[in-house]
Each structure stands twice: as structure tokens, then as C-alpha cells.
Design a protein around this ligand. Structure first.
Ligand SMILES: [Zn+2]
Length: 489
């Protein structure tokens, strides 16, 4: 048996290459030269992502009686983003290199932090990371929300069409005014976070369910940010998926709820099999927190490219409900029947990214070990309920039709039916060693081989992914064996 385990700290190159080779993550639009930092999830990435979302939803919505699920629209009334402050302040400072034209976040290339536009003259300009140039545009706040236009007419086309008519003549300042009015009328945004849909529907949930405080509203969905410099594979992308809860509490109970959610987040990272040695809590200092937040903890993870934010837990006070109450002129207060008080609840927000979770899972599960022949075996030591397939069934020889037929039957039997169903792969390609290697790399916990003895006594060999130990069991017991392995964790 092997066992020289080495290099469990996977490099990004290895993760990215395995992800592509085995169908987890493909570069987006690759056949047309790609699109800066967009990625597509392949069959196995989709399965893993679904498993992450399914576990999160089960743990934090279905198993609790105080959390309500929601699936809000991505495109919302623009007034939502005015009330939430995103339209005015959701921006990063951007500079452009005058020599090569590349754009960067000014703080990332070494400009001092700017709160307002412009900066002091006495400053030693940093070098452009792309071309080494030192000639920059003035740093400007760049809003990160993607904008588009609502309606069947492109406002820019329409206004240009009007200007081009021979009968019209506008002065430049009039043109600017008309263009601005036209755009402002139909401009909308793709949501930069899922949280606002929760605040907007909070009143509906009060009316439909009369929940008692504390209670939460949970949502999984896509959000969009026009990041100036995305990067590090699926870590920072312009389109990503969030799993968020807004948990509403009485003001005096915020600290208790905050601590509870802190524990819940630990339970979660342990549950999904993240390497706990790589998880760190960072208490975000006063001057780095969002202005409305009184306490924020970042859960950081040691990615191969450094220690970076994985999740956030924030106490958002009653900032959001108050802003929406003011802007919408709707009464968003909660009525406490016992004390007869009316007030705005305060909010604790555990915020998790699906894509970062998937990357942290791949980084935690990646293993390489040397076998006795000195060959490297790569495998993903995924928790069985995270693995895309829970088992794979092989006929020992692909050219023996009775073995193939038997293996197909056993695959069906192993999958089970209805609520007992578990996804099971079938592979008859290449030699058995290659098939093991492939299943190891996609994290399949068990490989089941159907051989000539199976035809005589209905037993099969079951090989464990991590230990490579094999045992022989009756084929009709395999389904329960697999299901038990899912439960035991
Ligand atoms: Zn440059």
C-alpha cells in the first residue's frame, strides 16, 4: 500500500487544471478567446455547486422554524439602489495607465486610499504593473453596479437617431441634457447583492406569516459587480452567487444573535469539509467597516494565493429597514404583541459566496500521494454528500457483454429510487486503473467493480477512495452501504 502523502497544499495551477480537465469549471466563452474572468461550471462543478446550495438551504432554512426562504428578482426598481445607498456610494477608486490603457483599482497599485476624487500633488506615483509606466489618470470613483436599460428601445440609439435627423439642430449642452434625461429614464441595474430583495420583501413576509422575532429571511441567487480587477480563478468574478440571510432581532438582542450566527458559520465550514486550519476570523476594525455596521467578522481562508475573505458576518443595525422606510414612505415597523411596542428590528447578516465555497472545498480536498511505484495519485477527499457522484460502477472488462449487463443492473440498484436516490456513475472505458484514477480526481468516495465472481455469487468489490482498501460485499447491500456512508458524517 502507498502512503507517502505529500503536497496537500495544492497550487492554483493544479486546481485550475484539474477543474478544467475533469469538467468542474471551464473558462467562459473560451472558443471566442474567452471573456475576462468569466467561468462556466461544467457537469461536475454544477453538481458540486448544487450540493453546496442544497446543504446550506437544508441547514439554514428547512431544518429551522425561524427562517423563511426567498427568491427575489435580479432586476429591481432603481429606487431600491438609491435607498440602499448603492447608487451613490457602491464604488471603487479607479485609475487608468496613460501608457498602456489598463485600468486598476488605485489602492491595489499603490495609490493612497482616496475617499473623494482627486488627490494631493505631492505624491510619488506608483509603477503600472502591466507596462511599468508612471503616467496615470486622476483616480476616480467607479460605480460597481452593472447598468442596462429597461424597455424595447435603446435610449442611446433613440437619441442619436433624433440628432441625426436633418431637421434638428441642438447645441452641445442641450444634447448632453437630452441624453442624460433619456438614459436616466430607463436606466436599471443588475443587483450587486441579494440582500436588498430581502429588505424589500420583509413586509410581505410579516403580512403572510406573522413571524415572531427573532426570525430570518434567506436567499440564494446571483449578484453582479463590474469589478475593475477580477481574478484568482472563481474567487473574484463579475457574476457570482450568494447565500445570504438577514436575521431580524430586537436591538438589545443583537450580540446574542451575532454570537449564535458566528457558531453556525463554524458548524457550516466544518460540515462541508473545509480545512479548519485554514480558517481564520478577522474582526474588522472600526474604520474599515461599512458605516452602518457596528460589528463585522470576516471569515478568511488560506487560499493558495493568500489569506482572503471567504465569508462575512455583519451587524447591520436597522440601517436598511430605516433607509427603505424613509425612501418608500411605508411603515416597516414590527409590532410586538406582548409589549405593544412598535419598532424597526435590527439585522445580523451571515453572507456566503457559493463560488468561493466551491473553491475552498477544492483547495481543502485536493490530495496528492505517492504510491509504492513512485507514481503520484491525485484525489479529491470530498465529504461524500458534496461529491458529485457517491459511487461509480465498473464492469471489470468492457468487452464482456454479460459483465457490462450485470454492471448496469448493479448501477441501477445502487442508485435506488425516489427519496433514497443517490447519483452513481458508470464507466466502462479504458483499463481499471485509469477508471480509478478518474473517479479519484472527481472525488467519488467508492468504486464498485463487477467481475466474474459477481456472475456466480452476486458479490462485488468496493474500493474506498481515500484508503484504497477494497472489500467484497453482496451487490444488493451496496445501496445501503453508500447511504450509510452519507449519513455517518
Ligand atoms: Zn501601463
Amino acid at each position: 500500500m502507498p502512503k507517502q502523502q505529500k503536497n496537500t497544499d495544492a497550487s492554483m495551477d493544479k486546481i485550475v487544471s484539474l477543474a478544467k480537465r475533469r469538467g468542474f469549471v471551464y473558462p467562459g466563452s473560451e472558443m471566442y478567446g474567452g471573456l475576462a474572468n468569466s467561468w462556466d461550471y461544467g457537469p461536475l462543478g454544477t453538481a458540486l455547486k448544487n450540493n453546496i446550495k442544497k446543504e446550506w438551504w437544508r441547514m439554514f432554512v428547512e431544518e429551522r422554524d425561524d427562517v423563511y426562504g426567498l427568491d427575489g428578482a435580479i432586476i429591481m426598481n432603481r429606487k431600491v439602489w438609491q435607498a440602499s445607498g448603492h447608487e451613490q456610494t457602491f464604488s471603487d477608486p479607479m485609475v487608468e495607465c496613460k501608457k498602456c490603457g489598463n485600468r486598476f483599482r488605485s489602492d491595489e497599485v499603490g495609490f493612497p486610499n482616496i475617499k473623494e476624487e482627486g488627490m494631493s500633488e505631492v505624491f510619488n506615483y506608483p509603477k503600472c504593473p502591466e507596462c511599468g509606466g508612471k503616467s496615470w489618470t486622476v483616480p476616480k470613483q467607479f460605480n460597481l453596479m452593472f447598468q442596462t436599460f429597461l424597455g424595447a428601445i435603446d435610449p442611446i440609439d433613440r437619441i442619436f437617431g433624433e440628432w441625426e435627423m436633418p431637421s434638428t439642430s441642438y447645441a452641445d449642452h442641450e444634447k448632453k441634457k437630452l441624453l442624460r434625461a433619456e438614459i436616466e429614464d430607463s436606466k436599471i441595474y443588475l443587483r450587486p447583492e441579494t440582500a436588498q430583495a430581502i429588505f424589500v420583501d420583509y413586509k410581505h413576509i410579516l403580512d403572510s406569516f406573522s413571524p415572531k422575532l427573532p426570525f430570518g429571511i434567506a436567499q440564494i441567487g446571483k449578484a453582479f459587480r463590474n469589478e475593475i480587477t477580477p481574478g484568482n480563478f472563481i474567487f473574484r468574478t463579475r457574476e457570482f452567487e450568494q447565500m445570504e440571510i438577514e436575521y431580524f432581532v430586537r436591538e438589545k438582542e443583537w450580540e446574542k444573535a451575532f454570537t449564535e450566527w458566528q457558531k453556525e458559520m463554524h458548524r457550516w465550514v466544518k460540515h462541508i469539509g473545509l480545512d479548519m486550519k485554514k480558517i481564520h476570523e478577522l474582526e474588522v476594525p472600526d474604520d474599515e467597516r461599512a458605516h452602518y455596521s457596528k460589528r463585522t467578522i470576516d471569515f478568511e481562508f488560506d487560499f493558495p494565493f493568500g489569506r482572503k475573505e471567504l465569508y462575512g458576518l455583519a451587524y447591520r443595525t436597522d440601517f436598511d429597514l430605516e433607509s427603505h422606510e424613509k425612501a418608500s414612505k411605508q411603515d416597516l415597523k414590527y409590532f410586538d404583541e406582548e409589549t405593544k411596542e412598535k419598532f424597526l428590528p435590527h439585522v445580523i447578516e451571515p453572507s456566503l459566496g457559493v463560488d468561493r465555497t466551491l473553491l475552498a472545498i477544492l483547495c481543502s480536498a485536493y490530495r496528492e500521494e505517492e504510491d509504492e511505484k513512485g507514481e503520484i495519485r491525485t484525489y479529491l477527499s470530498l465529504e461524500p454528500y458534496m461529491a458529485p457522484y457517491k459511487a461509480a460502477v465498473f464492469p471489470l472488462l468492457a468487452n464482456k457483454s454479460d459483465l457490462v449487463k450485470k454492471a448496469q443492473e448493479i448501477r441501477k440498484e445502487t442508485q435506488g429510487k425516489g427519496t433514497d436516490f443517490v447519483p452513481v456513475a458508470f464507466d466502462a472505458g479504458g483499463n481499471i486503473g485509469k477508471r480509478y484514477r478518474k473517479q479519484d480526481e472527481i472525488g467519488t468516495p467508492y468504486c464498485i467493480t463487477v467481475d466474474f465472481q459477481t456472475l456466480e455469487d452476486d458479490t462485488v468489490t468496493v474500493r474506498n477512495r481515500d484508503t484504497m482498501k477494497q472489500e467484497r460485499i453482496a451487490s444488493k447491500l451496496v445501496h445501503n452501504f453508500i447511504r450509510k456512508s452519507l449519513k455517518s458524517l
